[in-house]
Design a binder for this molecule. Structure first.
Ligand code: C2E
Ligand code: MG
Ligand code: MG
Ligand code: MG
Length: 275
């Protein structure tokens, strides 16, 4: 601020900066209204078993159908939602929507599979997390074993003594946990061993390099082997081409997710994949 920098240090009015700040505040306020205005939508991206090609899961991803800007992917507003503390409202709504959707598919007679919901650090650390998940499962009627929660390494490792009771309780209810973007954070392997998780999700940055970069090849092969040695399932995200798929197949990865099979799509379109 001009004042803090001393009287003689003259600060010029910067219209560009000011406009950006105003835009930002406007955007934050619009985001807060987005839920009640029904502008948020959940798209689902299929997760597929490598051996059978069957859909084993649907990852719920929240998008913002902005009236002026069109469809915004989560990268455009999730960081902002985290900053303004709105992320827990979003996470709760996505949890409810995704569980209700999965139950609806089951009731329509489709073969059962998991729904996977991303959980921010803030959501994962709320003291009433277990109650909230239990309430949503009861309200929607989805059996807990069909719900999987994705947390990043950072979220999983932060204050592990504080979060492990809710992790244990939810796991005891048969809710599954997956570590998202695995390999990009820094998890200590000794912590990983202590966590009651079901699945590792290899970050897409490693999958992108798998055809060309020997280091990425080594990293992906090592994560798959480690997961299996720890009796965990492993899924690759960001699979875009047949060569990547072939590499994952040769290395016995359990599941894959990526544009090669399908982009995230609306629930109505998902039905075609699970018929
Ligand atoms: P994520 O959980 O790691 O989700 C995977 C991201 O990779 C998604 O981006 C997906 O569209 C994208 N992706 C999937 N397959 C491919 C592929 O083959 N190629 C490429 N290039 N990309 C692929 P998206 O939809 O933009 O989501 C970004 C992130 O936003 C997610 O990363 C997740 O961390 C976060 N997010 C999404 N929905 C929620 C939510 O409801 N709550 C919270 N807290 N975070 C969310
Ligand atoms: Mg995810
Ligand atoms: Mg991921
Ligand atoms: Mg990610």
């Amino acid at each position: 601020h001009a004042k803090e920098q001393g009287r003689n240090n003259y600060q010029f009015y910067n219209p560009a900066l000011n406009t950006r700040t105003l835009e930002r505040v406007k955007m934050e306020n619009r985001l807060r209204q987005a839920l009640e205005r029904h502008e948020l939508v959940v798209l689902y991206q299929p997760q597929v078993a490598m051996d059978t090609g069957q859909v084993t899961g649907a990852e719920a991803l929240v998008y913002w159908l902005h009236p002026e800007l069109g469809l915004l992917s989560p990268g455009h507003f999730i960081p902002m939602a985290e900053e303004i503390g709105f992320i827990t409202d979003i996470d709760e709504w996505v949890l409810e929507t995704a569980c209700a959707q999965n139950k609806a598919w089951q009731d329509e007679g489709y073969r059962s599979f998991n729904v996977t919901v991303n959980m921010s650090s803030k959501q994962f650390r709320r003291p009433d997390l277990v109650d909230q998940v239990r309430r949503v499962l009861n309200a929607t009627g989805l059996p807990p074993r069909f719900l999987e929660l994705e947390i990043t390494e950072g979220t999983a490792m932060k204050d592990i003594e504080y979060t492990i009771p809710s992790l244990n309780t939810l796991t005891g209810m048969e809710v599954g946990f997956a570590i998202d973007d695995f390999g990009t954070g820094y998890s200590s392997l000794s912590c990983l061993k202590k966590l009651p998780i079901r699945k590792l999700k290899i970050d897409k940055s490693f999958i992108f390099g798998v055809n060309t970069d020997p280091n990425d090849k080594a990293i992906v092969a090592t994560i798959i082997a480690m997961a299996h040695n720890l009796k965990l399932e492993v899924i690759a995200e960001g699979v875009e081409d047949a060569d990547q798929l072939e590499f994952l197949h040769q290395n016995h990865c359990d599941q894959m997710q990526g544009f090669l099979y399908s982009r995230p799509i609306p629930a109505e379109d998902f039905r075609r994949l699970i018929m």
